[in-house]
Design a protein around this ligand. Structure first.
Ligand code: NAD
Length: 323
């Protein structure tokens, strides 16, 4: 039998232990390709390994009838056309739903807390000023978390970790998540998004991007907020209407925002013209990091090895079935 052909499209930093697992499954090519190059070579492969660099949409998938498995070490799956993949018998193996394993992965929750603290204590600006040999204590007065209310939109794996951090900082916790059956004792579960927006000081978003959450926070929602409110988003950029957010920041409708995600992150032209990035260049009430919440050495190694083993088990089960 011919060995399975595997394309690892995001080889940078891919850990050795995951490499040795996938190299036991088939012949692996580690290649950094742009979209056009991917289109050319994809038909030669049975298995595709990606993270978030590429949009694996219908236009890409319809170029191959050989591809059988897509592996992505992510929980968000909006970078893959799941409907098309399912219809065409391409299995998508991901971290979604791997609850027990995911509970051990801390990176995104920790980064969410890092950008929250950086924003409210003016850390990026204060450090920049120190690098100019200035020592201005009064200019960088911040706000405290103790006694404030943290509003969580989405109470899944990450939201529930953030609730614990908030609690240990002496915050009250509001939650809006009509679908979660996780334990919420000690927290305030709210029936409507608007209730959460009206009664929380700091709002942090932890929902998947889907047709219900696209532009979940738009102009109408931002109007419910007040000039002391802060928004944190480490989920997906498209969950917030970016122009409405810029307007709210400019007009001081809200105090600030910290983001790890923006619209159309895979398109350099979009990045060049992004209204939030533009605004952040001259205003200190917005900080943005380039989708690095999940990117720690520990979590990436752990997730790569987990997904390599999941692929190995899947391939073995499939061959047992077909053999
Ligand atoms: P999860 O599936 O464990 O939790 C999501 C929660 O959102 C669930 O409890 C669900 O009930 C709730 N939800 C869904 N639709 C909702 C809605 N309309 N209103 C309110 N709640 C809703 O996911 P998670 O692991 O906590 O991750 C959340 C998101 O964070 C992911 O979908 C992914 O897009 C993003 N993420 C980003 C990074 C990063 O590096 N920035 C890393 C990991 C995950």
């Amino acid at each position: 039998m011919k060995p399975l052909q595997i394309l690892n499209l995001e080889p940078e930093g891919y850990c050795d232990s995951a490499k040795s697992i996938i190299e036991n499954i088939g012949k692996v090519d580690y290649r950094l390709l742009n979209r056009n190059q991917l289109k050319t070579v994809l038909p030669k492969y049975d298995i595709l390994i990606v993270r978030l660099k590429h949009q694996i949409d219908k236009e890409i998938l319809e170029l191959t009838d050989r591809l059988k498995i897509i592996v992505t070490a992510t929980t968000g799956l909006d970078h893959i056309d799941l409907e098309y993949a399912t219809k065409n018998n391409v299995a998508v193996l991901s971290l979604k739903g791997e609850l027990e394993f995911l509970d051990s992965v801390q990176a995104t929750a920790e980064h969410t807390w890092a950008i929250l603290l950086s924003l409210i204590r003016n850390i990026p600006q204060a450090f920049s000023s120190v690098k100019n040999n200035t020592w201005e204590r009064d200019k960088y007065k911040g706000i405290e978390l103790h006694g404030k209310t943290l509003g969580l939109i989405g109470y899944g794996r990450i939201g529930s970790k953030i609730a614990k951090y908030g609690k240990s900082f002496g915050m009250k916790i509001n939650i809006y998540d009509p679908y979660s059956d996780r334990e919420m004792t000690g927290y305030n579960k709210l029936p409507m998004l608007s209730d959460l927006l009206i009664t929380s000081d700091i709002i942090s978003i932890h929902v998947p991007l889907d047709k219900n959450t696209q532009r979940l926070i738009g102009q109408d929602e931002l109007t419910l907020l007040s000039p002391t409110n802060i928004i944190i988003n480490t989920s997906r950029g498209e969950i917030i209407d970016e122009q409405a957010l810029v307007n709210a920041l400019k007009s001081k409708q809200i105090a600030g925002a910290a983001l790890d995600v923006i619209h159309n992150e895979r398109d350099q032209n979009s990045i060049n013209t992004n209204v939030l990035i533009e605004y952040s260049k001259t205003n200190s009430n917005l900080i943005i990091t380039p989708h690095i919440s999940g990117a720690t050495y520990e979590s990436m190694e752990k997730t790569e090895v987990f997904m390599a083993n999941k692929l190995s088990d899947f391939v073995r089960a499939e061959s047992t079935l077909s053999g």
